[in-house]
Design a protein around this ligand. Structure first.
Ligand SMILES: C[S@@+](CC[C@H](N)C(=O)[O-])C[C@H]1O[C@@H](n2cnc3c(N)ncnc32)[C@H](O)[C@@H]1O
Length: 319
């Protein structure tokens, strides 16, 4: 599954990414895009020199790999014809840029002309390969179009779940915040519960370890990992007994009415997280800023998310 982490920076902005997020999750998307691409996109359509799998983030709808550019539609078509492309069962879509000025008729014309320039059969249903065309700042662009395969949606159906578990989408986002643009980073989830974060990390092929103080939870977490074909290596251990160093810790603090963890125990967890990892991403129900700074953390950034009426969390990234 390491394909999902395919990262390859090139010198030109050869890639176009299309985002998909709700207003409620825009903060989280901004944070995630900044950690992966190094900037916050100004719209849902942006260029980058960084190549990542379009399936890596819940917020990425698709990636277009630009192969042909023209100053006019005719130029673009000529350039495509010059390459004598041949594909069977292909599909072409028009993708709208942030300041789309192309009307429906022109889009249709572009699709028709490019369709004529490619040899082979067109397939609206179940295409084997997809292409896209777009116009940005008077330039027409064409290239392969790769849509997010949303495999992570299957992770919702775990054999074991708990009311305090995070949802798989937030978990995937946290993993992306942890690794940014470096798939070799060593990550730990020291209070991993039934493994929502570990599952996303494993699917992305990163080096992520998990621990939990509750043996019953550890057993269920390992069964969840087995279910998805991942190594069931979660260790029954308190964070206080972890000695191995990590680059990043993702700490979903024990909280809420089902947790017996006291404020003092939370403080101990916060302290220990600082000891075992260079960077820590805390997930909490209350704003931890002053508590974290009182423990010597420097807060890098963070956001507050509210998904449904009942679900809200603070994400705080610190070192
Ligand atoms: C909020 S839950 C984590 C949920 C997890 N993110 C998930 O989605 O399943 C917090 C977990 O911390 C564990 N925990 C509490 N104190 C701990 C400690 N000192 N060391 C390790 N784990 C601890 C609890 O057993 C609980 O499973």
């Amino acid at each position: 599954m390491f394909e999902n982490l395919e990262i390859n920076s090139i010198n030109t902005n050869r890639y176009i990414y299309v985002l998909n997020y709700t207003d409620q999750l825009k903060n989280l998307c901004d944070l995630e895009m900044k950690s992966i691409f190094g900037f916050i996109p100004t719209g849902k359509f942006f260029f980058s020199a960084t190549k990542i799998s379009s399936s890596r983030s819940i917020f990425i709808k698709s990636r277009m790999d630009i192969t042909h550019i023209g100053n006019s539609l005719e130029d673009l078509v000529q350039s495509i014809e010059g390459d004598s492309l041949f594909y069977n069962d292909y599909k072409i879509s028009y993708i709208k840029s942030n300041d789309n000025t192309i009307d429906y008729q022109e889009r249709l014309k572009a699709l028709r002309l490019i369709g004529f320039a490619i040899e082979g059969n067109f397939a609206l249903q179940n295409p084997k390969i997809e292409f896209a065309v777009t116009k940005v700042n008077d330039q027409w662009m064409f290239g392969q179009y790769i849509i997010n395969d949303h495999t992570w949606i299957n992770h919702k159906q775990k054999p074991y779940n708990y009311s305090y578990a995070l949802d798989h989408q937030l978990a995937r986002s946290l993993v992306n915040l942890a690794i940014g643009n470096n798939p070799h980073i060593k990550v730990v989830d020291p209070c991993c519960g039934i493994g929502t974060i570990i599952i996303e990390g494993r699917e992305l092929g990163i080096n992520i370890k998990g621990y939990d103080i509750n043996p019953n939870v550890v057993e269920k977490c390992n069964k969840n990992l087995q279910h998805f074909g991942f190594e069931d290596d979660i260790v029954h251990k308190s964070i206080q007994d972890i000695t191995e160093p990590y680059d990043v810790a993702i700490v979903d603090l024990p909280y809420g009415k089902f947790s017996t963890t006291t404020l003092e125990e939370q403080r101990l967890i916060i302290n220990k997280a600082k000891e075992i990892a260079h960077k820590v991403i805390f997930v909490s129900m209350v704003n931890l800023d002053s508590l974290l700074t009182s423990h010597g953390f420097e807060i890098i950034e963070g956001c507050f998310i509210k998904k449904r009426d009942k679900f809200s969390r603070y994400i705080t990234i610190c070192c």
